[in-house]
Design a protein around this ligand. Structure first.
Ligand SMILES: Cc1cc2nc3c(=O)[nH]c(=O)nc-3n(C[C@H](O)[C@H](O)[C@H](O)COP(=O)(O)OP(=O)(O)OC[C@H]3O[C@@H](n4cnc5c(N)ncnc54)[C@H](O)[C@@H]3O)c2cc1C
Length: 394
């Protein structure tokens, strides 16, 4: 959906230029009307996700031996950034890229052989990630969903909330408590990760209820009532699941940050074009500094956030654990995309609110990233505690 937008300058080093071009061509087949129609009906972009899957883009991070492209994280970041930059919405499928990392890093060889090649071809969709619960919220280790071992199966009871794409996924990665919280042990002990085959489970202990939200994100409540999972679907060791989920969070945060950078570029390109074209008082509105400055400031902040995304990617790919940089990249990029969104609405005046301009839809969509998958406050408390050495606040 390049839409004849002027290309704003970004960092001189834009890796994966060919991939970006290919993704942009694919996105051109999914113009604004497509997303508007889905937004109205809260529909799932099945055709768009199919096109991304068939192009191999969602299998970017799956190693070649399991049928994927085996790209580094920066390749996946380039793909998702481009999707957003073209005005599309990767929120419908981005999780497929990083959830599978838990199976890749901690699953058995049998699990990898069973699931990864089929995820790569799209035969199996691993889009659902069941962590957040209504009572525990951000305090993940206080979650209450239990998985009780009975012979060669686990029996699951409890509830998740905000499980995105649950209705459009075959598999869910589930975090549940397998042993009671022991006040003497670390809070992170006793949680385990499972692969749930939702095709078998729906109607057999699994109920999914969509939640209508301000943007089209296909999020759901998920209820477990004596849902059975074969014991072989446990990922890694029982009781160590929280660590497995944590180990994927840097990648998740960096990829969401890349999406926000893509959004910020889309908004700024739109703002710039409109500011040059729209004539009021006999001159382009973009000739007024009051119109220029918010757009220029958002652009500068996007560029700074983009550098942090690149720094987090560099560290990640060198094998370091860039918890601080991944978190800061996500926070700065989410702030930059929302600032650019706000400036874009202001630049467009009344038309910023008209659905056919797409801006209000993207504005609603990008707002999410200051809350999910981790809220800004929690990132700031991470930086305060782990980077600056201040006392833990919670
Ligand atoms: C559209 C959408 C899609 C989502 N998709 C998924 C998904 O697929 N899978 C999944 O597991 N989860 C998902 N989530 C959940 C998301 O990760 C959480 O909403 C988010 O982490 C915040 O948790 P909460 O909503 O429970 O807020 P709460 O934990 O109730 O917090 C509410 C507010 O209080 C603040 N707060 C809480 N504790 C502190 C503290 N100690 N210090 C400072 N501030 C604090 C938070 O920052 C937040 O602003 C999704 C959420 C949304 C809205």
């Amino acid at each position: 959906m390049s839409d004849g937008l002027p290309s704003i300058p970004t960092t001189t080093d834009q890796p994966f230029a060919e991939i970006r071009d290919e993704v942009a061509k694919l996105c051109a087949g999914f113009p604004g009307e497509y997303w508007r129609r889905l937004d109205e009906t809260r529909g799932y972009p099945t055709e768009f996700v199919r096109a991304l899957t068939e192009g191999g883009w969602l299998a970017a991070l799956i190693p070649e031996e399991y049928g994927g492209a085996g790209l580094p994280l920066s390749g996946a970041a380039a793909i998702l950034e481009e999707v957003q930059r073209q005005g599309c919405n990767g929120g419908a499928c981005h999780a497929q890229m990083y959830i599978m990392g838990t199976i890749l890093r901690h699953g058995s060889e049998a699990q990898k052989q069973t699931y990864l090649p089929k995820i790569a071809t799209g035969e199996l969709r691993l889009q659902a990630f069941g962590v957040t619960e209504p009572t525990s919220g951000t305090d993940t280790t206080a979650l209450r969903t239990t998985a009780r071992r009975e012979g060669n199966k686990y029996v699951v009871n409890g509830q998740k909330i905000w499980t995105s794409r649950a209705e459009h996924s075959d598999l869910m990665l589930l975090l549940a408590r397998t042993s009671p919280r022991d006040p003497a042990a670390k809070k992170t002990e006793g949680l385990s990760t499972f692969i749930v085959d939702m095709r078998e489970a729906v109607g057999h202990g699994l109920t999914i209820k969509p939640i209508r939200t301000m943007m089209n994100h296909n999020s759901c409540e998920v209820f477990f009532d004596n849902m059975e999972i074969p014991a072989e679907n446990l990922v890694g060791e029982e009781g160590r699941g929280f660590r497995y989920i944590l180990s994927g969070m840097n990648a998740e945060r960096i990829l969401i940050a890349a999406e926000c950078i893509g959004d910020a570029k889309w908004f700024t390109e739109r703002s710039t074009r409109y500011a040059k074209e729209r004539q009021v008082f006999g001159r382009p509105i973009g000739q007024n500094q009051g119109v220029q400055f918010p757009v220029a400031k958002a652009y500068a902040n996007m560029r700074a956030a983009e550098l942090m995304v690149h720094e987090a990617l560099r560290l990640y790919e060198s094998g370091a654990n860039p918890g601080a940089e991944a978190n800061m990249a996500k926070m700065l990029a989410a702030d930059a995309s929302f600032e650019a969104a706000n400036a874009c609405i202001q630049t467009h005046g009344g038309f910023g609110f008209a659905e056919e301009y797409e801006i209000e839809r993207k504005f609603r969509e990008t707002r999410l990233y200051q809350v999910a998958p981790i809220s800004t406050n929690l990132i700031l408390s991470y930086v305060a505690e782990h980077v600056l050495g201040m006392p833990r606040s919670y």
